[in-house]
Design a protein around this ligand. Structure first.
Ligand code: SF4
Length: 77
């Protein structure tokens, strides 16, 4: 089973798969108020508006980060 962590702000759920993350730091550089690699938990899902979070997740090169909106069924892939 793939290890998956989820972080919900009530509107969007951030999904992170640590085994896929290549630690490029793109998420942290783009949105440091949410993605904090030096902290635990490293994702603060309340650190930015949902739109900013989803825009940044779309830029994750490895697709270790994904998300689903809480009012819609989760899309696979
Ligand atoms: S952008 Fe994606 S691959 Fe890069 S550190 Fe963040 S989660 Fe990992």
């Amino acid at each position: 089973m793939e290890n998956t962590k989820e972080y919900s702000n009530g509107e969007v759920t951030i999904v992170w798969k640590p085994e896929i993350c290549i630690h490029s730091g793109i998420c942290a550089r783009g949105l440091p108020s949410v993605f904090k690699p030096k902290e635990k938990p490293w994702i603060n899902q309340h650190g930015a508006p949902t739109q900013d979070i989803t825009d940044r997740i779309d830029k994750c090169p490895s697709k270790a980060l994904s998300y689903y909106m809480n009012d819609k069924p989760q899309a696979n892939g």
